[in-house]
Design a protein around this ligand. Sequence first.
Ligand code: DGY
Length: 326
Amino acid sequence: HSAAATMAPKVVATRRLLPQSQARLEALNQIDLVQWQGEDTMPRQQLLDDVKGAEALICMLSDKIDKDVFEAAGPQLKLVTTLSVGHDHIDLATARERGVTIGYTPDVLTDATADLASLLTLAAARNMKSGIDAVRNGGWQDWRAAWLCGYQFTNKTLGVVGFGRIGQAVAQRLKAFGIGRTLYWGRTEKKGVDAEFVPLDTLLTESDFVVAACALTPDTKELFDASAFKKMKNTAIFTNIARGGVVKQQDLAWALQTKEIAAAGLDVTTPEPLPLDSPLQSLDNCVILPHIGSATFETREVMSAMMVDNVVAALGNQPIPFELKK
Ligand code: DGY
């Protein structure tokens, strides 16, 4: 090792990035890059060992960046930057105390995630899981007038919990399918939106479609529990593209089994991956995808590029371009 090499700032990445950004990261001059090469989550102990002495850490939402990680890293850690807009996996209070800047990926995944929310809502409303199963297993026998009927959007009411960038983009898309009225609930009333800010109970009781698009915080943890599902219409379709933790999952399973609500579309669960023996797995009225809201080539490549931009800025002691103000 030359003196220069041993001085190179250490950058730890818990996964490989998308191709263009991976190449850029590897081409960065004078960094000591330590990167988990697996497709899977970097093992916890490996992270705790490797992060020691790092100045920047690129992480994923599947890595828990708690106090132990900050402490294992040491006082020179400048930046933690996550390949996600969600940040419930990062201990922000500790980051603040230790003066560590947090980077994330807002805006760029809004369209991809809102597309998937629309897809899941449509899929749940139109019995897509039963339909696909029937085609594959011989259940499709002939055309039947009342078979696999679902619900349409024409003149219906949409309720969005968490009316941020993604929630608003979902509302815009579903309006094109005929939604007549949009309600929303969240921390703050939004200016200039074509939607009504209402109490949560009003949203739950009056909406035909309920979409969770909020951040997971102590206020939203298990917000969707048995009492919330009871307030919803029996014909309601529930979509969750936020975090599994906003739902009390056993209560959702109960609500779907007892037809307290009609159907659900989930891109997020607790835990992830969802165990094969979860009661949700066997329900025909529950469409589940494996947390792929932002998974388009376009979006994931831009998200990756934002990680590299943040690292370059932080190592150069510049303000980072994509900072989470905590
Ligand atoms: C996020 O960004 O928080 C999504 O869950 C994954 O892109």
